[in-house]
Design a protein around this ligand. Structure first.
Ligand SMILES: [Zn+2]
Length: 274
């Protein structure tokens, strides 16, 4: 599933090819995504110019300039990906949407499971309910141990689902929550309200570390966004705990354990994480 680093890598990968370009044609092959493709999307987009791409949490924001300015709110769902196809490159199965640009390049959306969507926002993106409720970006100054500590007082919720709550901080999915808790040495089952300020400082630093490492690693895949047949933007990091239940801890050798927290599988080391 595309997590924050994959969405950020997608933004960086496609930006040089689409920013400043005019949309000349929109081809919708499959409108039934998680949110149906707006019926007037073609009419709104043709002739519009693409501004500077942005990302908020796992949403890609594509600003459009022209007679009726607005923003495309794009979510990759469980299996979505965006890449640049060249003029004449035939669509494959699950290539649901094309934005054809004035230089002949095509921004092509692929999504086998169709849990992703693209929606149109007129006016300010801050007024959209999906964006308004979001907490700070994990790589911004607004996110730190102090915030985690303050938001967690009195909470009996386990720290892992607490960290995955988008109102606390955005974009920390299952993989990165598990890895950050391992680096910080915190048991994912521990009540969020019973963790010290010092440990939250370490956790905030660990969240930044795992996300920044994934984004840096993603940078090496940027050329995959153009042409070819690959699925761009997904990259394998060396993971310490995620997906490794039953295997030895890389730090102490103890067998990693699996628990379910907030309906999500969580792997941790009962020796290193307390
Ligand atoms: Zn260990």
């Amino acid at each position: 599933m595309p997590e924050l680093p994959e969405v950020e890598t997608t933004r960086r990968g496609i930006a040089p090819h689409v920013e400043g370009r005019e949309i000349t044609e929109v081809i919708v092959r499959q409108a039934r995504l998680r949110v149906p493709v707006p019926a007037d999307l073609v009419e709104r987009l043709v002739g519009a110019r693409i501004g500077d791409l942005a990302r908020r949490a796992k949403y890609l924001l594509v600003p459009l300039e022209g007679e009726a300015p607005g923003t495309l709110l794009w979510h990759l769902g469980m299996s979505g990906s965006l890449r640049i196809a060249r003029l004449g490159e035939l669509p494959k199965k699950h290539d649901h949407l094309d934005l054809v640009l004035d230089d002949g390049a095509i921004l092509r959306y692929h999504d086998p499971r169709r849990f992703g969507f693209v929606d149109w926002l007129a006016g300010s993106t801050e007024q959209d309910a999906r964006l308004a409720r979001l907490g700070p970006e994990p790589l911004s100054e607004a996110f730190d141990g102090e915030r985690l500590f303050a938001r967690s007082r009195g909470r009996r919720l386990a720290v892992k689902p607490f960290l995955m709550d988008n109102a606390v901080v955005v974009g920390v999915g299952n993989i990165y929550a598990a890895e950050a808790l391992f680096l910080a040495g915190i048991d994912p089952r521990r009540a969020a309200g019973r963790i010290s300020r010092e440990r939250y400082d370490r956790l905030a630093a660990a969240v930044r570390e795992v996300l920044a490492a994934a984004i840096t690693q993603g940078g090496t895949t940027l050329r995959d966004f153009v042409g070819g047949t690959g699925e761009p933007g997904y990259f394998k990091q060396r993971l310490n705990v995620y997906g490794r239940d039953g295997q030895p801890c890389r730090r102490c050798g103890a067998e990693l354990r699996l628990v379910t927290l907030g309906q999500r599988a969580s792997v941790f080391c009962g020796h290193c994480q307390t």
